[in-house]
Ligand binder design. Structure first.
Ligand SMILES: *Cc1c(COP(=O)(O)O)cnc(C)c1O
Length: 417
């Protein structure tokens, strides 16, 4: 199932650490995201310890789940952060993250976002185009700073993942074409307020094989050799994120094997290694708790209409993604093949197809592996307030985000005079 011991049945009640999920539903309502502190900690430590003695920095990719409690937990463990917006910068700083451990990725950084990151004193900007480099140099000059940069190069490798989350192919919008990267690096010397400190790539998400990572590593190393031959000094190699997790039958490499492969690929180089894992740190450390509102039996299908929907968890609708769905109280009688659907007015609003479950109205279900790209991609479609989030720590339950209210949703809107 999850690969973490933090989620298990005790006396036929599904628990997160020592807390039964039905207790959480009673106290905080549904839909509700539930995370395990122990699972988050174990996932981070698996990555961090796999580097053994090697100089490294794990930069958690904030977009996977940007709740302040989760950012704060990782910051306390020593994590760095990979951000993709000024909003995420503000979140990391509010959560107590160290600016010197922040890298800023993304193809469309705005001048105000660059200014904020320069003022905060972040570790590095991962620059994705020449135009961005020109703007960054200009902004840094205006405020009298030198911007540390990596170029994000696009190594043109096939990540063999869903096309929407594949980013390292030459036809993708991401990164600087591999063949142009050397020239652009050499041109950085003409920009007085930019200093090249690193080299970066990120080829996609939910990768379940090591080969694409190894291929990208090889290309990065080629480029590093050429840059060093021209006299450039590169201090760190940022190898991106993208390690997949097990949702159903996938068999992704362990963090340990993944990092061993990266370190092996880099060999005896002195550079510090950065990685930017998102999904692999949080995906299997969280679930979405939902309640069956109605059962509806038609001549063609059996539907379980639940109180979570595509606005809460869009991955099934967007990527046809699979999430395991488990009963909170295991009861076993009258198993049917259910379509697990939400209340939103779209046929794409489903959480799972053809699930064999024994259900009654009012039952609780756990939608597994929902810690990554769940809450962070949620919306208010259908004017549905976003779910509450709680973190379990042993036998304690902490509310880490209150359920939204409709009043909050409409507060910023104005009718005409
Ligand atoms: C999304 C993203 C990541 C994290 O990807 P995961 O698959 O969640 O590990 C890392 N780096 C960059 C630049 C990203 O855009």
């Amino acid at each position: 199932m999850s690969g973490f011991p933090s989620f298990a049945y005790h006396n036929a009640r599904f628990c997160v650490e020592s807390v039964p999920l039905d207790r959480i539903a009673e106290e905080f309502g549904t839909p509700c995201y539930v995370y395990s502190r122990a699972a988050l900690t174990a996932a981070y430590q698996e990555f961090d310890s796999a580097f053994a003695g090697r100089d490294h920095l794990v930069c958690y990719a904030v977009k996977a789940n940007s709740n302040l409690a989760i950012l704060n937990l990782f910051a306390r463990l020593g994590s760095g952060f990979d951000i993709v917006s000024g909003g995420e910068l503000q979140r990391v700083l509010s959560a107590g993250g160290d600016p010197q451990k922040i890298v800023f990725s993304g193809v469309g950084k705005r001048p105000d976002e660059m200014r904020a990151a320069l003022n905060a004193g972040i570790l590095c900007f991962n620059v994705e185009s020449e135009a961005e480099l020109i703007t960054l140099n200009q902004i840094a000059a205006e405020i009298g700073k030198i911007a540390p940069v990596s170029l994000r190069v696009n190594p043109d490798v096939d990540a063999k993942t869903h096309p929407y989350i594949s980013t390292g192919l030459k036809e993708n919008k991401f990164g600087i074409p591999f063949d142009e990267a050397e020239k652009l690096y050499l041109s950085i010397q003409q920009f007085p307020n930019v200093h090249a400190t690193g080299l970066d790539c990120h080829i996609g998400s939910q990768l379940t094989e090591l080969d694409p990572f190894i291929e990208a590593c090889g290309k990065i190393l080629d480029l590093l050799n050429r840059l060093e031959a021209q006299g450039l000094q590169i201090e760190h190699l940022d190898l991106g994120g993208g390690l997949g997790i097990r949702y159903s039958t996938e068999k992704p490499p362990s963090a340990r094997d993944y990092i061993a492969a990266l370190c092996g690929g880099i060999g005896r180089r002195s550079q510090r290694i950065l990685i930017e894992p998102g999904r692999a740190l949080v995906g299997n450390a969280g679930l979405l708790l939902t309640r069956v509102e109605y059962l509806k039996h038609t001549p063609y299908r059996d539907f379980a209409i639940v109180d979570a929907a595509m606005n809460d968890l869009i991955r099934p609708a967007l990527y046809d993604a699979y999430h395991e769905i488990l009963p909170v109280i295991a009861n076993g009688n009258d198993v049917k093949t259910y379509q697990i659907v939400g209340p939103v007015c779209e046929t794409g609003d489903f959480l799972g197809h053809d699930r064999k479950l024994a259900l009654s109205q009012g039952d609780l279900l756990a939608v597994m592996s929902a810690g990554a790209y769940g809450m962070s991609m949620s919306s208010n479609y259908n004017t549905r307030p976003r779910a509450a989030e709680v973190m379990v720590d042993g036998d304690n339950i902490h509310l880490i985000r209150e359920r939204e209210s409709v009043e909050q949703l409409i507060a910023a809107e104005r009718i005409l005079p």
